[in-house]
Design a protein around this ligand. Structure first.
Ligand SMILES: N[C@@H](CCC(=O)N[C@@H](CS)C(=O)NCC(=O)O)C(=O)O
Length: 207
């Protein structure tokens, strides 16, 4: 798994692999040092982004949610094909990549990596994030999980950047009690592993 500590997208992948007892090795890619733009890495993912999972036969798979889908097939983390529940998982995965991650992950990265950001852009990221949280709250204020009655990859995908949104991203989560209870519930699920214990961020401090 080619991954960057602190990346929620990488965390999702490491988490499902660990949950399913897959053996894997983490290769750190420091995007702050443009290690994702080396010719070798670009052969693995021409889109120059982590995570990338290199399989035993040398083929590579990128896009965190595609990796979640691939590995969760046939497990309790993904509802049966051709069911509405399966489609609802897709709905949340696409929502995560289009409406949630582009605001919440980006604002968090700007803050933790000290990236410059104009006040207008920051306002957009903040408002977009709150809009996404409201969508989640509408489901989670009366349901334990995003789809059905147990954790699916939809929860894992949305958890990744939501659980650090307050601490790292500077979002005020007090208006979302359903999300807060869900975050606590997710941490109680079997096989839960904290982000830092999967992808140790200390390597960044050593730089
Ligand atoms: N849609 C992709 C997004 C991956 C992504 O944005 N990765 C970030 C780290 S979280 C990255 O590699 N950024 C490097 C860059 O854009 O230069 C996924 O879900 O895997």
């Amino acid at each position: 798994l080619y991954a960057m500590p602190l990346s929620g997208n990488c965390y999702k992948v490491a988490w499902i692999l660990r949950l399913l007892n897959k053996t894997f090795e983490v290769k750190l890619i420091n995007i702050l040092k443009a290690e994702n733009h080396t010719p070798d890495f670009l052969k693995k993912n021409p889109n120059a982004k982590v995570p990338v999972l290199e399989l035993d036969d040398g083929s590579c798979l990128s896009e965190s949610n595609a990796i979640l889908l691939h590995f969760s097939e046939g497990t309790s983390y993904l509802p049966q094909p051709s069911t509405l529940e399966r489609a609802k998982v897709y709905e949340w995965l696409f929502f995560e990549q289009y409406s949630h991650e582009p605001c919440i992950a980006v604002r968090r990265a700007n803050r933790i990596f000290g990236r410059p950001c104009s006040a207008d852009r920051d306002k957009q990221l903040l408002e977009g994030g709150y809009k996404a949280f409201q969508v989640m709250e509408t489901r989670l204020d009366r349901n334990d999980f995003l789809v059905g009655h147990a954790m699916t990859i939809a929860d894992m995908a949305l958890f990744a950047y939501t659980h650090h949104a307050e601490e790292d991203g500077g979002y005020d989560m007090s208006a979302y009690p359903g999300i807060q209870k869900w975050l606590a519930r997710m941490k109680e699920t079997e096989g839960y592993v904290e982000m830092d214990s999967l992808l140790d961020r200390s390597f960044l401090k050593e730089e």
